[in-house]
Design a protein around this ligand. Structure first.
Ligand SMILES: Nc1ncnc2c1ncn2[C@@H]1O[C@H](COP(=O)(O)OP(=O)(O)OP(=O)(O)O)[C@@H](O)[C@H]1O
Ligand SMILES: Cc1ncc(C[n+]2csc(CCO)c2C)c(N)n1
Length: 266
């Protein structure tokens, strides 16, 4: 048999660390690293129960079109012991942006009178309101330590859900986390090795690793019940759903971009 050409080992990839500590009732004190700038995007879906907590942690709050109705109606519902008018006045979005076909006129006027910036993008019918909001946040940030949390991204219409996941692939270098009451979702770009710190008091045990954008010829993991060892994944073959987190730290390296999802506890 002819000798095989030696395969060139792929260069070591830089490590990207992920943590969901932003969901902890009192997050651990910031370490030595630079502080994270949290931006919140509220979509047109029922507000997750932790919306008030994340609102208080965000430096900028943007409503995607009808997301403003959800803040207007939903924050008082999530805080039933407080006066609804006071709650509404306290949770004022910085920006409402989108094609403005879903925000109710009285909601737009209420926030506009309070100083919220209203950005009408109705001329653009080719990008989703979430895409428009992420573009806005990215343009107005230095992006060095930006984390964008998106509320209400799954649990609704499947076309919207796929559009929301597509936005992760459009901004692979921006840390964007899609959230619902049931799970969180983020992209693991193939350019990095990934270390995912599991906050076991709030997340897991169910998780998934999904090659949505293209098949993955090789993925390797640690910390899961069913780890992958240079395993290929594709639709029509194996994708990793209903997996279980076994350790406080999960590591993933892959030849393709993957979606990571983990359940959130009720
Ligand atoms: N049912 C849903 N499931 C998941 N995400 C949603 C859903 N509805 C809206 N969104 C998200 O919220 C954003 C704003 O929603 P909104 O209803 O204002 O959008 P829209 O463009 O008017 O939608 P439509 O396709 O119904 O015209 C959307 O861009 C999408 O990201
Ligand atoms: C091929 C194609 N499919 C769907 C749309 C419609 N669309 C996509 S994003 C958007 C804005 C939603 O606020 C709308 C209407 C399009 N333009 N092109």
């Amino acid at each position: 048999m002819a000798p095989q050409a030696p395969t060139t080992p792929s260069p070591p990839r830089p490590m990207m660390r992920h943590s969901s500590a932003f969901l902890l009732p009192s997050p651990p004190p910031a370490g030595d690293g630079p502080a994270t700038d949290v931006a919140l995007v509220v979509l047109n879906q029922p507000l997750p129960r932790f919306a008030p907590l994340l609102w208080s942690r965000a430096a900028v709050r943007v409503c995607a079109d009808g997301g403003a109705n959800r803040v207007f109606d939903g924050m008082p519902e999530l805080l039933p012991d407080q006066d609804p008018d006071e709650v509404r006045a306290r949770y004022k979005p910085d920006v409402i942006k989108g094609d403005m076909d879903s925000v109710r006129p009285e909601v737009k006027e209420y926030y506009s009178n309070m100083g919220t910036r209203i950005v009408d993008d109705s001329h653009d019918q080719d990008t989703t309101d979430l895409h428009k909001c992420i573009t806005f946040i990215v343009k107005n940030s230095d992006n060095s330590n930006l984390c964008i949390l998106v509320l209400g991204a799954v649990g609704g219409r499947f076309d919207h859900e796929m559009g929301n996941i597509n936005v992760l692939h459009m901004f692979p270098n921006i840390n964007i986390v899609l959230l619902s009451d049931a799970c969180l979702i983020f992209l693991l770009p193939r350019t990095h090795a990934h270390e995912i710190h599991i906050e076991r008091s709030i997340e897991g045990p169910h998780c998934g690793l999904i090659p949505i954008s293209m098949p993955s010829t090789s993925t390797t993991t640690t910390g899961l019940r069913w780890n992958l060892d240079n395993t290929s994944m594709n639709y029509g073959g194996l994708i990793s759903t209903s997996n279980i987190v076994e350790e406080d730290k999960v590591t993933v390296t892959s030849e393709s971009d993957l979606i990571w999802t983990v359940s959130l506890q009720k």
